[in-house]
Design a protein around this ligand. Structure first.
Ligand code: MCA
Ligand code: AMP
Length: 498
C-alpha cells in the first residue's frame, strides 16, 4: 500500500487526490478572493483584518508598480521584511506577476546580503532597512529599492496570473557542507502540491485560524503557514515577533484553531506556565528542528495537546508528517505526505525523497545538482530509520549543519569568518546540545592569544546574522586531525565548566 494513504480521511479516495488542483498558488488564491471578497484573510497588528477583495485589488496595484519598475515574469524580486499585511501584498503581487521571489532572512549582514544579491540578481528589493539598501546597491546600483508598502509609481493595467505549475516561484537560500549558500529553486507546482498534501493531511479548511508568529522569510512560516492559509481560504493572524504572551493572547482573542512553531517556541510556552492555554486549539504542529520526547510529553501534560511533528526542507517543502487521525509519535516525524516517496540509502541510511514537491535544482549550480540527486531522488543529508508502522525517525545528519531555534547554521560559514580574525590561525565549529535552542554553536580556535567570548561573538556578529554567533568559544593548542589532515570534529568536546 502507498504509505501516504494513511493521511487520507475516509471520505477521500486515492483517485480523488489532485495535488496540483488549481495549477498554481496565485491562481488558487485569486479564485478564492474573487468568489468571497468580503471574507477576512490576514490580520496584522497595524492594519487589522484585510479581506479577499482588498488583497485582490492591492496585489494587482502592487504588481503594476513592480512591472513599472521593470519586473517581468522570471525576474527575481528579493523580499525581506517583518511580517505584515504589506509584506503579504508584496509577495502575492510578485507571484501573480510571474516573478521569482527571494525570501531573505532580515538578520543577514552585509556579506550575506551581497552573496544572495550577486547570485540571483534581483531587479527589485523589497526591504525595510536602510542599511540593506546600501549593501544591495553596493552590488548593483540599478536594483530598485522599496519598502514593503511598495512606494513606486504605478504602471499600466497588465495581465496577471499567467504563470504555470512548471514555472519557478521561489528561490530559497540554503547551504550544504561547503561553499556559500545555494538558491533552491521551487516551482509553483512544488509549492502548490506541498500545500495540497498538508490540506488533506491536517484537515486544513476555511474554518481555521492560524496564529503565525514564524518569520515569513523561510519555508515554515511562508511556504506552510502563509501559503496554506491563503490556499484553503483560512485566516492567518500575523505576529511580527514571537512573544509567548502575545501568542497566547492572540489564540484566545481570535478564537484560533492552529499554531505552528519550532521547538524553541514550544519550550518557551512551557516555561511561561501558560501552556494550558493551548488546549483550545484544534492542532499544534512542530517542525524545522527535532522536538524532544520530553518536550512533547510536557506539552501534552500541561495542555492535553499531542503536538504533531512534521519534517521538511527548503528544497522540498513538507515531506513527512505524523497523522492527524492516528498515532502522533514522540521522537518520530511520521509518514510521507501525499505524493511523497522516501527511501533510505547506503550504510548510513540517508533519507532520499521524490515527489511533486521536490525542487528541480539549485539556481545556476549544475555541479551542486549533480551531487544533490541520485537516480532522480533528492538526497536530504538527513539520516533516518523506519519503524514497523512505517513512521520515520530522524537519527542524525550526513551534512554538517547546526539547527539553532529552527534556523540553519553551516559551520563552514562561521569557520571562514573566524579565520579572518588576526589572532586565529585555525578553527573548527560544531553544534552542541542546548536546552533553549536545541543546538548551539561551539567554536574551537587555535590562536596567538586568548580570544574572549564577547570578542568572538562580536567579531562573528558584525559579519554574519546574530543567531550564527558562537555560544561557546574554546581556545585549544591544536585541532584533532586524522592522517590526511582532516579535522576530526567528533573529538571536539566541550568541558562545561567555562
Ligand atoms: C534569536 N537568538 C538566537 C536565535 N534567535 N540565537 C540562536 N538561535 C536562534 N534561532 C538570539 C538573539 O540574537 C538574542 O541574542 C537572543 O537570542 C534573544 O533574542 P530573542 O529576541 O529572545 O529571540 P527571538 O527573536 O524571540 O527569537 C527566537 C525565535 C526565533 C522566535 C525562536 O529564533 C525564530 O523565529 N525561529 C524560527 C526560525 C524558523 O522560522 N525556521 C524555519 C526554517 P542577544 O541576547 O545576545 O542579543 S524553514 C525549515 O527549517 C524547514 C523547511 C522546516 O522543516 O520548517
Ligand atoms: P532548511 O534547510 O532550513 O529547510 O532545513 C531543513 C532541515 O531541517 C532538514 O534537512 C532537517 O535536518 C531539519 N528538520 C526539519 N524538520 C525537522 C524535524 N521535525 N526534526 C528534525 N529535523 C528537522
Amino acid at each position: 500500500m502507498t504509505a501516504w494513504l494513511k493521511h487520507l480521511p475516509q471520505t477521500i479516495a486515492e483517485s480523488e487526490v489532485d495535488l496540483l488542483a488549481g495549477d498554481t498558488l496565485p491562481s488558487v488564491w485569486v479564485d478564492r478572493w474573487m468568489r468571497d471578497p468580503q471574507r477576512e484573510v490576514i490580520h496584522d497588528p497595524k492594519q487589522g483584518w484585510i479581506n479577499g477583495g482588498t488583497l485582490l485589488a492591492r496585489s494587482q496595484i502592487a504588481a503594476r508598480k513592480l512591472a513599472r519598475a521593470g519586473v517581468a515574469a522570471g525576474d527575481r524580486v528579493l523580499i525581506s521584511a517583518s511580517s505584515s499585511v504589506d509584506l503579504v501584498v508584496a509577495h502575492t503581487a510578485a507571484l501573480r506577476l510571474g516573478a521569482i521571489v527571494m525570501p531573505t532572512n532580515g538578520a543577514y549582514r552585509a556579506d550575506e546580503v551581497a552573496h544572495v544579491v550577486s547570485d540571483a540578481r534581483p531587479r527589485v528589493a523589497i526591504i525595510e532597512d536602510a542599511e540593506w539598501g546600501e549593501w544591495i546597491r553596493a552590488v548593483d546600483k540599478n536594483i530598485v529599492l522599496t519598502p514593503p508598502s511598495i512606494s513606486l509609481d504605478e504602471g499600466p493595467d497588465i495581465s496577471l496570473d499567467a504563470v504555470k505549475a512548471s514555472h519557478p516561484a521561489l528561490i530559497g537560500y540554503t547551504s550544504g557542507t561547503t561553499g556559500r549558500p545555494k538558491g533552491a529553486v521551487l516551482s509553483h507546482g512544488n509549492l502548490l502540491s506541498s500545500i495540497r498534501g498538508l490540506e488533506i493531511a491536517w484537515r486544513w479548511t476555511s474554518h481555521d485560524t492560524l496564529i503565525l508568529a514564524l518569520p515569513l522569510f523561510h519555508m515554515h512560516g511562508l511556504g506552510v503557514g502563509l501559503h496554506g492559509s491563503l490556499a484553503v481560504g483560512a485566516k492567518a493572524v500575523l505576529l511580527p515577533q514571537f512573544k509567548v504572551d502575545q501568542v497566547l493572547n492572540a489564540i484566545s482573542e481570535f478564537k484560533a484553531t492552529l499554531f505552528f512553531g519550532v521547538p524553541t517556541m514550544y519550550s518557551r510556552i512551557i516555561d511561561s506556565g501558560r501552556a494550558n492555554e493551548l488546549d483550545v486549539l484544534r492542532l499544534c504542529v512542530s517542525g524545522s528542528a527535532p522536538l524532544s520526547s520530553s518536550l512533547h510529553e510536557s506539552i501534552q501534560r500541561e495542555s492535553g495537546q499531542v503536538v504533531l511533528e512534521r519534517y521538511g526542507m527548503t528544497e522540498t517543502a513538507m515531506l513527512v508528517s505524523n497523522l492527524y487521525e492516528g498515532a502522533r509519535k514522540a521522537g518520530s516525524v511520521g509518514i510521507p505526505l501525499p505524493g511523497v516517496e522516501i527511501r533510505l540509502e547506503g550504510d548510513a541510511s540517508e533519507i532520499e525523497v521524490r515527489g511533486p514537491n521536490v525542487f528541480e535544482g539549485y539556481w545556476e549550480r549544475p555541479d551542486a545538482n549533480a551531487e544533490a540527486f541520485r537516480d532522480g531522488w533528492f538526497r536530504t543529508g538527513d539520516l533516518g530509520r523506519l519503524d514497523e508502522d512505517g513512521y520515520l525517525a530522524i537519527t542524525g545528519r550526513a551534512k554538517e549543519l547546526i539547527i539553532s531555534g529552527g534556523f540553519n547554521i553551516y559551520p563552514r560559514e562561521i569557520e571562514d569568518v573566524l579565520c579572518e580574525h588576526d589572532a586565529i590561525t585555525e578553527c573548527a565549529v560544531v553544534g552542541v546540545a542546548d536546552d533553549e535552542w536545541g543546538e548551539a554553536v561551539a567554536a574551537f580556535v587555535v590562536a596567538d592569544r586568548d580570544i574572549g567570548y564577547e570578542e568572538a561573538r562580536d567579531f562573528v556578529g558584525r559579519r554574519l546574522a546574530h543567531y550564527k554567533r558562537p555560544t561557546h568559544v574554546r581556545r585549544v593548542a591544536s585541532l584533532p586531525k586524522n592522517a590526511l589532515g582532516k579535522v576530526q570534529k567528533h573529538r571536539l568536546v566541550l568541558d562545561r565548566d567555562n
